[in-house]
Ligand binder design. Sequence first.
Ligand code: SF4
Length: 281
Amino acid sequence: MTLINKNRKRDLPTFANINLLGTCNANCYFCLGKDIEQELYGLDHLNDHFMKWENFITFLNFCKANNIKQLYMTGQTADGLQYKYLDELVHFLQNNLQFLVGVRTNGILALEKMEVIQSMRAEIGYSIHSLDPETNYKMMGSHIMPDWDTIIPLSGPNVRVSIVLTQYNISEFFDIVKYLSKFENVRYIQLRRISTDTRMELLKDDIIAYEEFYKEFTIAYPSDATFYLAQQHTLYGKQLNFWRTVETSINSYNYFTDGTMSDMYFIVEGYLKYRKQPGKK
Ligand code: SF4
């Protein structure tokens, strides 16, 4: 049985990601960076000024030329909020180059970095996988539970929450959605299925658990629309997108802070195809 079907017919890219490389303050077992752990090993740009990132300006020019307006600070081995020069970077991208910047983050540093989060003009994406410290630790390898009750209301009008649904937190699904439904600024909730190119054996039980859950869920709560091929549902007044990442049609460009530039949405494939070889322009 094929568990993951990659959709290669993608729409035109509408945004770009800046993939920060370093050592993350969490350790999610499903992290996509673990698919290429060896290739990314030792790369750390958390404290490097962005003007020193190879090909960064070339990538920004490429984005401009291709009509990309939204840039997201994210990471494959690090969290976007860990970046030392984040405020300067966001200011530079938004005020000097007129991009709209957003972030994808686990929220661990959100209160500390709230000022820069509030300055961002694109979507703020928080990953909230559990409200239970033990389950959270199983999923994220971190004992830190961000104070979402404080963080979310402070984060502006354009918040999205992603929940990676796995065998560990599926039983908590309704509780998490209900909890999030009280925040007016959470515009929608993305239910992500684990994605992997190289660790299927290890992660297949989670993928199966997601699909089994969805089968039951959709009988009780039928889909009301689609978003880039992801099924949309409504629960507790919130829009839910069941997001099988590589099976959607959304598209993006990707920059990695080691200088790798990719025109592919598929993170792992794109990185391996275009990986910046040391010393090569
Ligand atoms: S927070 Fe993101 S980058 Fe960090 S380990 Fe988890 S999935 Fe990977």
